[in-house]
Design a protein around this ligand. Sequence first.
Ligand code: DLL
Length: 431
Amino acid sequence: MKYFTPDMECAPYEKMRALQSERLTQTVRRAYESVPHYRALMRQKGVTPADIRSVDDLPKLPFLCKDDLREAYPDKLLAVPKSRVVRIQSTSGTTGKRVVAFYTQNDIDKWDECCARAIAAAGGTEDDVVHVCYGYGLFTGGPGLNGGSHMLGSMTLPMSSGNTERQMQFMCDLGSTILCCTPSYAAYLAESLINKGMRDKIRLKAGIFGAEAWSEEMRRDIESKLGIKAYDIYGLTEITGPGVAFECSEQTGMHINEDCFIPEIIDPETGETLPEGSRGELVFTTIAKEAFPILRYRTRDICLLNRKPCSCGRTLVKMGRLMGRTDDMLIIRGINVFPSQIETVLLQEGYSPNYLIVVDRVNHTDTFEVQVELTPEMFSDTVRRVAQREKNLVGVMRSMLGISPKISLVAPRTIARSEGKAVRVIDKRKI
Ligand code: DLL
């Protein structure tokens, strides 16, 4: 199967534009009528739903930022009665305030459809065995690809992350053909399979890798080690999860599911809309979501859009690989980490705010170290007490971030001070 929904994936531009305009008008009206926060934002900007008649009117709408979503915690942006909500997912967030995304059954069905399109574009059919080792739970990776695989009718292995031994065993014994995980985990699995002499026992043909930045070099490395074709997939919790955009056989960028999400590229400094083809910040408006409609969300992801005809036959616009972010968010082993979260933990635990985050990629796996200065009082502690401190900090960080750093406690005043902006992060990964 080449396309899951050919009428949408290959729709002529004009037809897609008309559908988008119709769905946008309805979404804006519903958001205005059912969400006081949107009403207030639109009033502030002097727009009413009557001003939004087509996609061309999009720039009239106010932006929505991550802070708006945090302030809306837990459910101030909910646009349907709670009785219609069947699921939530959530992001990690600073200072404990996460973004909670709500889904009706129709929202889940649409999300599954977007992920089914991604799996089909990677060559998936009902004959495939889809091995999902993105995390399950509040993270959208596992549930999203799981739903897409079900909808496609493939046999789905809900492996979740971790336990590499078991992943490899199931992969061989159940004949997994499509692997879904972060690219760094795929690279790690590839090496583990080779080291264990299991590489020839697998039947993988494709991989669907996303949730973090990766390079063409990494793609080629994973492809040759596993003997597969590796496809990129993009998404974010605020907008729905994985499947906002997906790669096809051409492997030159990801098709955005434009019947569900309207992308824009803006200048991150001025907020001005830039013409297609320009590099800038990606902004999304959802037009097919009921519970959690999102108008002009600033993703902070930098990329460019391209509408050149694609050899796969899809007419959906493509986004290129992400070129960075406009904020300080780090993505470490697929998990979003803000330096401010680490700072909050350190201050809560009685440390000074002198710390340095060092991120690297060794054998395709992210390493994550936090160097923390001891206070002069702590410095006179016994070695055993210092080791205990390190262990405690790892535990608190793990529960705050969902990932464990290596903690290195260092002597007071050994982390370099900066005269200008403090340098808190050294990211040595070459992506
Ligand atoms: O990472 C959803 C997802 C799951 C996407 C599985 C793909 C596969 P969040 O945790 O909310 O959602 O993080 C969203 O991750 O704004 C990007 O900065 C980054 N990101 C997602 N996909 C890619 C990708 C999921 N393919 C944030 N390449 C986004 C680079 C990506 N960065």
